[in-house]
Ligand binder design. Structure first.
Ligand SMILES: Nc1ncnc2c1ncn2[C@@H]1O[C@H](COP(=O)(O)OP(=O)(O)O)[C@@H](O)[C@H]1O
Ligand SMILES: [Mg+2]
Length: 130
């Protein structure tokens, strides 16, 4: 149900399962090979199943000037599906999310909530539920 331009924020503590979800999603789309955490590179690009996907991890993002310099603004021009871990680290720079996914570790298992914020986000979520 992913569409070009969809921006997904992944919220949750370290180890909550954000990267694991991205990994599973990429493999479900048909990606073969490694999906490494972009902890140091900040972003990893993928092309899979006719989609351009960008996996961000902004945990180590610090310098606002780096946003433009690294070309991150262009990544959100509507062509890519963008999955963003730690969007809070670049508040005001990362465009608004169509989906917020919240991960919580429970005494047994995990709780994951998906919130759709935009029309496109709502349409994708409805499609997923049907
Ligand atoms: N839904 C899940 N159920 C069980 N274990 C999980 C789940 N999601 C992640 N894990 C485990 O938790 C650990 C950390 O997950 P990771 O996805 O790297 O967290 P994050 O990216 O949120 O920091 C990994 O060892 C992974 O196997
Ligand atoms: Mg991670």
């Amino acid at each position: 149900m992913l569409k070009p331009g969809l921006v997904v924020y992944l919220h949750g503590d370290l180890g909550a399962g954000k990267t694991t979800l991205v990994r599973a999603l990429l493999h479900a789309l048909g990606h073969v090979g490694r999906v490494k955490s972009p902890t140091y590179t900040l972003v990893e690009p993928y092309q899979v199943n006719g989609l351009n996907l960008r996996h961000f991890d902004l945990y180590r993002f610090q310098d606002e000037n780096e946003w433009e310099a690294a070309g991150f603004r262009d990544e959100f021009d509507g062509r890519n599906v963008c999955l963003v871990e730690w969007p809070e680290q670049a508040q005001g720079l990362v465009p608004q999310a169509d989906w917020d996914i919240r991960f919580r570790i429970l005494p047994e298992g995990r709780n994951i909530e998906i919130h759709a914020n935009s029309l496109m986000g709502k349409e994708c979520l409805t499609a997923l539920q049907n």
